[in-house]
Design a protein around this ligand. Structure first.
Ligand code: PBG
Length: 324
C-alpha cells in the first residue's frame, strides 16, 4: 500500500510518542489543597477524603515543606473556625487558623506560594458563602466582609487570594481593598465559573460547610447554564482585575475550560474537586480502574482542554510520578 501519511509513524516507540504528543504534564502546573484547623499539634484524617488531613497551623508547616520539596509551586489553604457566627467573624481574625498557617508557612518555606480560599461558608452559622439577610444571601454585604477577609489573608502574607463565593462584583471590591491598603502585589485567582455541583460532597463534610437551609443555586452557576453565561462570568472577573480565572469542577466542564482558554489571555486554572477525587479513589479501590492510569488520564484531559494550572488532591502523588 502506498500511503504518504501514516499516523502510526509517530507512535512507534516510547521516545517517539513522547517527542510528538504535545501535551506534557509538569509539576509546575499543580496546586495542592490543604485543610487548616484551629489548635495545636493536630494532623487528623478527613474521613470523607482519602489521604487528606486537617492540620493545625503548627503542623501544616511540615506538609508545606514536603509539597515544596516535591517541586509543587503552590498550596491552596482552606480554613475552619473556632466558632461559627452570622458574619463569619473568625474568617478575618488575625489569630484565625488560616492567618496563622499563612505566617508559619511563609516563614518556613518562603518560596512556596500560599493561595487562600476566600469564602464564608465554613465560617457562617448558615453555611452559606455570604451574609444572610431575610433568608437570602445579601450580595453587597457579603462582598464587604469578603474584602475584609481578603485583607487579613494579605496581611498575614498570602501570595494569591482565591474568592470562591460567586458573589457579583467581589473581585472588584477585593482588588480595591487590597490596593488601598498597599497590597498591590497580592494576586487574585477567582473561582470565575463555579458550578452548583454535586461533586463537592466529600469537601462539605470535611469543611463542615453544607448550607443549613436551601442550596447555592442563587450564586453558583447551574450545570445547564450555557457556556456563554460562563464566559460572561469570566469576562466580568477579568474586567474587575482578577489575575487568574478558575473553572470548577474540572472534568465535567472541559468544554468551559477549552472555551475560556481560547477566548481569554489570562492563565486558566481548573479544580479537580473532592467528588472527582473520591470517585477515582473508590473506583481504584473496587478494582474498576487502574489508579495511576486513570488519575493521569483525567489530569491530561484537563490540561489538554486548556488548563494552565490544575488544583488537585492528587498533586503530591502526581509529582512523584512525573518527576524525571
Ligand atoms: C467553598 C468551596 C467549596 C469547594 C471549594 N471552595 C464548596 C462549595 O462551594 O460548596 C469545593 C472543593 C471540593 O469539593 O474539593 N465555597
Amino acid at each position: 500500500m502506498n500511503m504518504p501519511v501514516r499516523m502510526r509513524r509517530l507512535r512507534k516507540s516510547d521516545s517517539m510518542r513522547r517527542l510528538a504528543r504535545g501535551v506534557n504534564l509538569s509539576v509546575d502546573n499543580f496546586v495542592y489543597p490543604l485543610f487548616v484547623c484551629p489548635g495545636k499539634n493536630i494532623k487528623k484524617p478527613i474521613e470523607s477524603m482519602t489521604d487528606c488531613f486537617h492540620f493545625s497551623p503548627d503542623k501544616v508547616v511540615d506538609e508545606a515543606k514536603e509539597v515544596f520539596e516535591l517541586g509543587i509551586p503552590a498550596v491552596l489553604l482552606f480554613g475552619s473556625p473556632e466558632k461559627k457566627d452570622e458574619k463569619g467573624s473568625d474568617a478575618f481574625s488575625d489569630s484565625g487558623a488560616v492567618q496563622q498557617a499563612i505566617r508559619n508557612i511563609k516563614k518556613a518555606v518562603p518560596d512556596l506560594l500560599v493561595i487562600t480560599d476566600l469564602c464564608l461558608c465554613a465560617y457562617t452559622d448558615t453555611g452559606h458563602c455570604g451574609i444572610v439577610k431575610d433568608e437570602k444571601v445579601d450580595n453587597d454585604a457579603s462582598c464587604e466582609v469578603l474584602a475584609e477577609v481578603a485583607l487579613s489573608h494579605a496581611k498575614a502574607g498570602a501570595d494569591i487570594i482565591a474568592p470562591s463565593d460567586m458573589m457579583d462584583g467581589r473581585v472588584g471590591v477585593i482588588r480595591k481593598t487590597l490596593d488601598e491598603n498597599g497590597f498591590i502585589d497580592t494576586a487574585i485567582m477567582s473561582y470565575s465559573a463555579k458550578y452548583a455541583s454535586a461533586f463537592y460532597g466529600p469537601f462539605r463534610d470535611a469543611a463542615d460547610s453544607a448550607p443549613a437551609f436551601g442550596d447555592r443555586k442563587t450564586y453558583q452557576m447551574g450545570p445547564a447554564a450555557s457556556a456563554k453565561q460562563a464566559m460572561r462570568e469570566i469576562e466580568l472577573d477579568i474586567s474587575e482585575g482578577t489575575d487568574i480565572v478558575m473553572i470548577k469542577p474540572a472534568l465535567p466542564y472541559l468544554d468551559i475550560i477549552y472555551q475560556a482558554k481560547q477566548r481569554f489571555d489570562v492563565p486558566v486554572a481548573a479544580y479537580q474537586v473532592s467528588g472527582e477525587y473520591m470517585m477515582i479513589n473508590s473506583a481504584a479501590q473496587n478494582g474498576i480502574a487502574d489508579r495511576q492510569s486513570v488519575i493521569l488520564e483525567t489530569i491530561t484531559a484537563i490540561k489538554r482542554a486548556g488548563a494552565d494550572i490544575i488544583i488537585t488532591y492528587f498533586a503530591k502523588e502526581i509529582a512523584k510520578w512525573i518527576r524525571r
